[in-house]
Design a protein around this ligand. Sequence first.
Ligand code: BTN
Length: 335
Amino acid sequence: MKTDRADILACLRESEDYVSGQQLCDRLGVSRTAVWKVINQLKEEGYLIESASRRGYRLVESPADVYSESEIASRLHTKWAGKKLHFFEVTGSTNPDAKRFAEEGALHGTTVVADRQTAGRGRRGRSWESSAGTSIYFTIVLRPKFSPDKASMVTLVMALAVAEAISEVTGLDTGIKWPNDIVVNGKKVVGILTELSTMPEMNEIQFLVAGVGVNVNQNSAEEFSEEIRKTATSLRIESGKSVFRAALLERILSRFEEDYEIFEQTLDMSVLRERYEARLAGRDAGVQVLDPSGAYAGVSRGITDTGELVVEKENGERVLVYAGEVSVRGLYGYV
Ligand code: BTN
């Protein structure tokens, strides 16, 4: 559901030429005055819109890295992913926000986006650095019909969608550190935190939220805290170019929608596996599995159709590593 503002913006962006006021009224089913009001609001937000009598309006330029509900919504052509958007300039964390919306009945695909988080959460109780104006922080609500044991694969599906979207937009070679960190040149650019709410006493998912943080436009490693400086990076640091966040988010949501629908058909990774493995960081290289019952070394050989990492031990034995239970490190460094 686009707002009038997002719709008008989409019409202007998608047209090479002027769009007449009448065309906008017809398309949106609103009055001339309503169109005129929206155009003025957009101008106030920094959009450069030319108006010419008898010809209408033309979008000449958008403000640099404008990141707002209308800008994002005006780019989305998805069926359900991000169809309902909640945009916050600042929030605690988009994951609990999404859970709250889900508890209030939010539809499958509802997405919460923030420009800044004051209490960004990472996995294993860690925090997620979430400064303003630099990154993408979003959480999508899903209402799957499958059983909770399949849920961990959604994280892999998201990782694949985000990794491919980043490569498409920036040309960077993205890798996936199983199960769901995305790395560029051996450093982390994306983290994903999936949380599940199950029906009490029932083997059913009530909803699932998948939260994604992408380090996008940090200029240098100094913008990260000392704690993560050696292992984190941003798309801008790696590509040397700043990235338009709304456009990247659109690509992520659109690819995720497609891949999630593929996943839903088989409820496993069988169809997506080849693409996932093509990005698997450290495939056929040494890994250290930090299993609570004892760490061991081996060689990462890919994933199974159900998303476990296949690790070959020195004695040739193949072990399946389950997400969530253990942590996997490359033998040398972060990846
Ligand atoms: C990780 O530890 O790698 C997972 C990080 C997940 C960060 C994202 S940012 C959007 C959403 N909101 C949060 O507080 N966390 C997730």
